[in-house]
Design a protein around this ligand. Structure first.
Ligand SMILES: Cc1ncc(COP(=O)(O)O)c(C=O)c1O
Ligand SMILES: N[C@@H](CCCC[NH3+])C(=O)O
Length: 429
């Protein structure tokens, strides 16, 4: 929880200033209590008398061993999309029987790794992949479950780069491609070691409108009913993906978890009846909405510089620790953590230190008069910040600190210069 006292900003009883002194900046800070509360709320509100329910944390939003352990503690399942994510989950001791492996182009090595680790489900994207899985599963000692990602063709209103269900999306198979879909299902059904359970869809990210999710469920239910009849076969699992929005700025009104979960469940129950479906299990995959608001980025301001039309405040990080403003024009709020009671009468363009004009974190931030060495917090950076961080300009990726009940824990150390050359091998001269 965030609090202001005597001009200073606190998180879980610790001042941001003390955290900066102890761990340095730039720094990713997570409110562990907030993370846990949101996981708990998903787990407790996504329940149904008719279906088994599972909440899969979409680990691409923010992944490190500490986060995996929290997901496990709160009985969530895990959505991974690469061998690397899968490896981190395994190293953190996550129960592999609760892992779902997504991705539009899982390599042979990744599928082998998933089979070796004993993951629960592979979410298939296409026919080539289905054949690859069937071939590789032949040597497996236990059967592996499969879902097929369907593109339901729902256009959710979000940034073009993060919609995933437009007609030419690279993800999944368009629901009208019935022949291919049937071939994929038959390919799995004929295999000894693959159990085809049902379907997955995901319509995009940072979605505010509950109607988009209702449309997704209705479309998927109608699709499943058609296929059920055509193939004379039932399907037991429907995975509806993630995409639930987070609060970044005053413009945003995300749907509360307590509202969206029952709405999804009720719509699924109604569709089961309407179309005489045989679903036994429904799944959702929230990523951003679990972690975004629990995360904060803390920077030190270096220089302030005026240009003819702007006033810049330069920070010691930038697009290397948060690519979202540059990539999606994402907007953020900020504060000077030691000037919380001062009037915000200045406007600054918050720019990072990368060698790119587009390295702007906030185009117009209203702040009190800023000076060298002031600490700046950017709110809601918990999703797709660390997970999309890079070493551009050989900047070191910041440390991650979890805070709870007045205690802080360093869960990921700051990269150091030695890390930057660790992989370098042979000398060419
Ligand atoms: C298949 C799948 N599931 C879940 C997610 C998580 O999305 P979000 O972080 O918006 O909840 C994504 C990312 O958009 C995704 O592609
Ligand atoms: N990386 C995106 C979301 C993509 C979600 C994955 N399909 C973001 O930062 O908003």
């Amino acid at each position: 929880m965030i609090q202001t006292k005597n001009n200073q900003l606190y998180i879980e009883g610790l001042s941001f200033k003390d955290l900066a002194d102890q761990y340095g900046t730039p720094l990713y800070i997570y409110d562990q209590a907030a993370l846990e509360k949101r996981m708990e709320t998903y787990y407790n509100t996504f329940t149904s008398p008719l279906f088994e329910t599972k909440v899969l944390y979409a680990s691409k939003a923010f992944l490190c061993k500490a986060m995996v352990k929290l997901a496990q503690k709160h009985s969530l399942c895990l959505d991974v999309v690469s061998g690397g994510e899968l490896y981190i989950a395994k190293q953190a001791g996550f129960n592999m029987d609760r892992v779902y492996f997504h991705g539009n182009n899982k390599t042979e090595a990744e599928l082998r790794q998933a089979i070796d680790y004993g993951v629960h489900t592979i979410v298939l994207d296409n026919l080539d992949e289905a054949k690859r899985l069937v071939r590789l599963s032949q040597n497996s000692t236990k059967p592996i479950h499969a879902l097929l990602r369907i593109n339901p063709g729902i256009e959710a209103h979000t940034h073009a780069y993060i919609v995933t269900a437009h007609i030419d999306s690279k993800f999944g198979i368009l629901k009208s491609e019935i022949d291919t879909i049937e071939t994929i299902i038959q390919t799995c059904d004929e295999a000894d070691n693959v159990i085809f359970d049902g379907f997955h869809a995901h319509i995009g990210s940072q979605i505010f409108d509950p109607k988009a999710f209702i449309a997704e469920i209705e479309t998927m239910a109608e699709f499943i009913a058609t296929l059920q009849k055509k193939m004379e076969r039932t399907f037991s699992v429907l995975d509806l993906g993630g995409g639930f929005a987070a609060y970044y700025t005053q413009e945003d009104a995300p749907i509360p978890i307590e509202t969206i979960c029952p709405l999804i469940v009720n719509t699924c129950e109604a569709m089961q009846e309407k179309y005489s479906l045989s679903l036994k299990e429904i799944l959702i995959e929230p990523g951003r909405s679990i972690v975004a608001e629990a995360g904060y980025s803390l920077y030190t301001i270096g220089s302030i510089k005026k240009t003819p039309h702007k006033q810049y405040a330069f920070v010691d990080g930038g697009m290397s620790d948060n690519i979202r403003p540059a990539l999606y024009q994402a907007a953020y709020r900020s504060d000077l953590v030691e000037k919380m009671d001062q009037e915000k009468k200045e406007t600054y363009c918050i720019a990072g230190k990368c060698c790119e004009s587009g390295d702007i974190l906030i185009e117009r931030a209203s702040l009190p008069l800023a000076e060298e060495n002031d600490l700046l917090v950017v709110y809601t950076t918990g999703a797709y910040g660390y997970s999309m961080a890079s070493n551009y300009n050989a900047l070191c990726i910041p440390a991650i600190v979890f805070v709870k009940d007045g205690q802080s824990k360093l869960v990921v150390r700051r990269q150091c210069f030695e890390d930057l050359i660790e992989k370098d091998m042979e000398d060419p001269v």
